[in-house]
Design a protein around this ligand. Structure first.
Ligand SMILES: [Zn+2]
Length: 524
């Protein structure tokens, strides 16, 4: 029912009630008037009729019988009225009172059910209980959903008369609640579409666009200039007809986009990896890994190269950023090998230890959702140079350590004391006196069988030349070789000293054949 019709009907009801009240008030007065003063009217009527009778007699010839009959009937009616005036008044009063009561009765049990776009929400006493708060409802909904929502009383709301006996009648407060808790209020809103899929509905175009800005902002660092940034997917915002309940808040849509899809990755294990170590590495839970890899669930450690499936959330939107970034990088040292004929070919040593350098690299970096996908170095500034490791490798051929069968003199000195009996004791070698520290060379190639303190010999070296032949060097100040070393003829094995039973620096030299000392004099 249209609003104006409703109002007219209401007015009529109201007018009826007023009339009833007025009538109620005047009924007694009227009765009194009729009982007393009003009789003059009836008497007058009687007089008129008497005159009429006279006139009738006087002009009877000119008046048709019809009229006479009619007027006679009127006359008779008036007489009837006059005779039954009390009954007539009572009848009229009865009719009016009964009618008023009926109207009152109907008005008190007939209410209105109100509906929003065909959906019945409740019953109200008066239509205005609904219509007058629509502005308030619209305002509340607008605040609640932050979308301009207007309920049109003519188009959206309809009323039906109902007998409300025994039913709950809503007060304006209840009406307000019913409207504001109703989710299926139709409204216009804005759908956010990513690559043609509707991700969600937002209250306004501005909010929908703000979702995208929020996502982008998560991947932009503050105080950083980007050469470009944007969304890889096709994003559209379109007006849609929907209901209030389907509208989502901006943070909810942002979360939805962030959690969006599940990305599956395969991790290749290293020897000794465990569920725990892989879970920590991938920042996922152990349980999720075990669920995704049921066949491996019982393993304590993985073996090298084992594939472990993992899942992680991947946003629906992909934010591409391009900008300059600075990286502190290590300059790895190189290793160079220098060949030297100063050292034997089996000798190798580190002359300089290597150390890494540092540099600052400015690069144009492209990231997708924060993950580096492309890097183009623009500028490199060395802070510390790397120091290369230098290895020296000998090239000189090492002399053979086999015995030559001939002997050389271990130190360039003459024989100070010879082989033979001396002071009542057998001197089993020769003493070659020379200043302390002079290098002592092996008399022939062989294997060191003694290198250390040996009683009266002091620091002593014995070299086995094979074939039962051995040489001995005593009273050394230091020894350069160890037992088991292969030495060649002329190799420095020790230095001259005066250790053990000795009276001054010299090298005591012996040649033994099957353990028996012979006179070295002829051999060196
Ligand atoms: Zn000696």
């Amino acid at each position: 029912m249209a609003k104006w019709q409703t109002i007219v009907i209401e007015k009529i009801w109201l007018l009826g009630a007023i009339i009833i009240e007025v009538l109620d008030g005047i009924i007694d007065d009227v009765s009194e008037i009729l009982k007393s003063g009003a009789f003059w009217f009836l008497d007058l009527m009687g007089g008129i009729i008497a005159v009429y009778d006279w006139i009738y007699d006087w002009i009877a010839w000119g008046i048709s019988y019809f009229w006479i009959t009619t007027l006679r009937k009127i006359h008779n009616t008036r007489i009837w009225i006059h005779t039954y005036r009390r009954q007539i008044i009572n009848g009229a009063l009865y009719f009016i009172i009964t009618g008023a009561f009926t109207i009152w009765l109907i008005a008190s049990v007939v209410d209105y059910s109100y509906s929003y776009n065909g959906r019945v929400l409740g019953i109200v006493k008066e239509q205005r209980d609904v219509l007058e708060i629509l502005d308030l409802v619209s305002e509340e909904l607008t605040q609640e959903y932050k979308a301009p929502i207007a309920i049109n009383g003519d188009e959206d709301i309809s009323f039906n008369t109902v007998i409300s006996v025994g039913k709950q009648v809503d007060k304006p407060d209840d009406v307000l609640k019913k409207f504001t808790y109703m989710g299926d209020i139709q409204t216009k809103a804005y759908g956010l579409f990513i690559d043609g899929n509707r991700i969600g509905i937002l209250q306004s175009e501005k909010e929908a666009n703000a979702v995208v800005d929020n996502i982008i902002a998560k991947y932009l660092k503050k105080d950083k200039d980007y050469e470009s940034y944007g969304i890889e997917e096709k994003v559209e915002v379109q007006e849609v007809d929907t209901t209030l309940a389907k509208i989502s808040s901006r943070p909810a849509i942002v979360r939805l986009i962030e959690a969006g899809t599940v990305k599956e990755t395969v991790y290749t294990a290293s020897e000794g990896d465990t569920f725990k170590s892989v879970a920590e590495e991938l920042d996922v839970s152990v349980k999720s890994l075990k669920d995704l890899n049921p066949a491996l669930a019982d393993l304590n450690t993985f073996s090298e190269g084992q594939n472990i499936v993992s899942q992680s959330e991947a946003p629906i939107l992909t934010v591409r950023t391009v900008g300059l970034e600075v990286f502190a990088e290590t300059i790895k040292y190189k290793t160079e090998t220098i060949e030297s004929d100063e050292y034997y070919d089996d000798e190798e040593f580190v002359r300089t230890e290597g150390s890494d350098g540092k540099m600052r690299v400015t690069a144009r970096v492209t990231r997708l959702n924060g993950e580096l996908v492309d890097r183009e170095d623009v500028e490199t500034e060395v802070i510390t140079e790397a120091v290369n490791k230098v290895i020296v490798k000998g090239t000189k051929e090492r002399p053979l350590t086999e015995a030559t069968g001939t002997f050389i003199r271990p130190v360039p000195a003459g024989i100070y004391s010879g082989y033979g009996w001396r002071w009542g004791r057998m001197h089993e070698g020769v003493d070659l006196a020379i200043s302390s520290g002079t290098p002592i060379k092996a008399a022939d190639g062989g294997t060191v069988v003694r290198a250390g303190w040996y009683g009266a010999y002091g620091l002593c070296v014995d070299i086995d030349h094979g074939g039962g032949i051995m040489t001995r060097y005593g009273h050394c100040s230091s020894i350069n070789v160890s037992v088991g070393d292969q030495v060649f003829q002329g190799q420095v094995i020790a230095r001259v000293g005066s250790t053990g039973r000795s009276t001054g620096p010299h090298c005591h030299f012996e040649i033994r054949v099957n353990g028996v000392a012979i006179d070295p004099t002829g051999y060196i």
